[in-house]
Design a protein around this ligand. Structure first.
Ligand code: FCB
Length: 497
């Protein structure tokens, strides 16, 4: 069975038969997203600017002043140095070293060797003109076993990185958790164990006290949904489980961990802003039937509202809870006061947008648009507009940042030393334009981080997929700016397209 089929089957297993009966209760729906507000945001207009180099743009869309053009990475995907300076093992070390789990048996042992080459990478960021850099902190560098005294050498690495960003005029945005749970915590039950959420709060406190004076923006948990779906439903990510009952208990504990980290930041008296990083998928009915509409509504509950509602309204969506059932491990695992913790006020919401989802009356999904080099990604820039405007309409004008958007291209290094990724330029131009339109329609979008700065270890896909603006020649670790990187530099310089 292909991975895709397996994922779909498991996904379906997670949705009970009540999906088809779910009542349509007023979600205007991403599919029907209209404008949020008619007033254009000050300073964001559509007057022509100079055309960027690299082609593929007509030069017409200017972003608000101080717009945070950036790029994103994550620790396990780029750092390497898996055994250095007191770093402990994470679930991704275990998973990637298990035969058959990743393409070609690839691991993050070396990755893009960023742990040793961070200074060179910082210079690359400066050369690109980045204003913001989103990276993640490896929990097992800070606490090898996920608890106890902090490892100063781990904290020092991130201090050097953050200082280096400031020296180059780039704003740091740090994610506390990008999937690399310390293996010792996994051995004690991982995210199925409520105690892991408490440990996360304690780890967050250590990081805030060490780096809080230098990091203006924090993200708690990267894509809790992906841990749930890929780690515990399909099992093609660490920890490699296929257990729908455990999956949603894990979701609750991840949300709880998020809330505990928010509270830890406030308790530490740190000034930085904090919020969740959610991969949101606009869900559309695959056809005009009432069944497809109902199934889409519930699908949206699992994809988006489970995470958004709990943080922004203090309640899990009723349709999802009903679908899971009162006897589910998740529902039984919710304790008094948990939702108040999860809904601790946040300062920003990080949105990661890659693909839309089209749902049939049977609760299965279909493809409507061409895919990128990642089979799960349909290229649909309009989905960016839809999800941004929907979030603002449904949850209010919370400041938004895009912390991931990009695609993998079959990039090759030509003999003349160039990497011609025109498809990435087209993709980014169209998504930037969609984001710009959302801003014009009232969405308080502050910044945009392209995924990714560098080619890196793409989880189960190993090094086969190249998502970077910068090509990494893994045998030599040489960095080469792709054509898209040159183009992006001009976009940043012009503050628009
Ligand atoms: C996101 C992940 C990121 C990367 C991109 C392609 O879901 O957060 O680490 O793998 O997908």
């Amino acid at each position: 069975m292909s991975l895709l089929t397996r994922r779909r089957l498991l996904r379906r297993a997670a949705l009970s038969a009540t999906a088809a009966r779910a009542v349509r209760t007023g979600l205007a729906g991403a599919a029907a997203a209209g404008t949020v507000a008619s007033a254009a945001v000050a300073g964001c207009d559509d007057t022509p600017g100079p055309a960027p180099e690299g082609g593929a743009s007509s030069g017409a869309l200017r972003f608000p002043p101080d717009f945070g053009w950036g790029a994103a990475t994550s620790a396990y995907q780029i750092e390497g140095a898996a055994k250095e300076d007191g770093r402990g093992e994470s679930v991704w070390d275990t998973f990637s070293r298990t035969p058959g789990r990743t393409r070609n048996g690839d691991t993050g042992d070396v990755a893009a060797d960023h742990y040793h080459r961070y200074a060179e990478d910082l210079d690359l960021m400066r050369d690109l003109g980045l204003r913001s850099y989103r990276f993640s902190i490896s929990w097992s560098r800070i606490q090898a076993d996920g608890s106890g005294r902090p490892n100063q050498r781990g904290l020092d690495f991130y201090r050097r990185l953050v200082d280096g960003l400031h020296e180059r005029g780039i704003a740091p945005m740090a994610t506390l958790f990008h999937w690399d749970l310390p293996q010792a915590l996994q051995d004690a039950g991982g995210w199925e164990n409520r105690d892991t959420a408490e440990r996360f709060g304690a780890y967050a406190d250590i990081v805030f006290r060490a780096l809080g004076d230098r990091v203006p923006a924090w993200l708690t948990i990267n894509e809790p949904k992906t841990v749930v779906q890929n780690g515990y439903l399909s099992g093609h990510h660490a920890p490699g489980r296929q257990d729908p009952a455990a999956a949603y208990l894990v979701a609750h504990h991840l949300q709880l961990a998020h809330g505990l980290a928010v509270r830890a930041l406030r308790a530490a008296g740190v000034e930085g802003r904090i919020g969740p990083a959610l991969n949101l998928h606009p869900c559309y009915p695959a056809d005009d039937t009432a069944e497809a509409a109902a199934a889409t509504r519930l699908y949206d509950g699992y994809e988006n509202r489970l995470y958004l509602d709990s943080v922004f309204t203090g309640a899990y969506p009723q349709d999802v809870l009903a679908d899971l059932g009162a006897d589910s491990r998740m529902v039984r695992g919710i304790r008094d006061g948990d939702l108040a913790v999860i809904a601790s006020p946040v300062d920003l919401l990080a949105v990661q947008y890659y693909t839309p989802i089209y749902v049939t009356g049977q609760g299965t999904t279909v493809r409507k648009w061409p895919t990128s080099g990642a089979e799960w990604q349909q290229i649909y820039p309009e989905g960016m507009y839809d999800i941004l405007t929907r979030v603002t309409r449904d949850y209010g004008p919370i400041p938004l940042t895009i912390t991931e958007n990009g695609l993998p291209c079959p990039d090759t290094l030509a003999p003349d030393g160039t990497v011609d990724d025109t498809a990435r330029i087209d993709f980014l131009r169209d998504h930037f334009a969609a984001a710009h339109r959302a801003i014009l329609d009232g969405v308080p979008l502050e910044s945009y981080h392209v995924w990714s700065l560098l080619d890196n270890f793409e989880w189960a896909e190993g090094y086969d997929q190249r998502w970077g603006l910068v090509y990494v020649d893994y045998p030599t670790q040489r960095r080469v700016l792709k054509r898209s990187a040159h183009w992006y530099r001009t976009v940043i310089r012009n503050n628009g397209l």
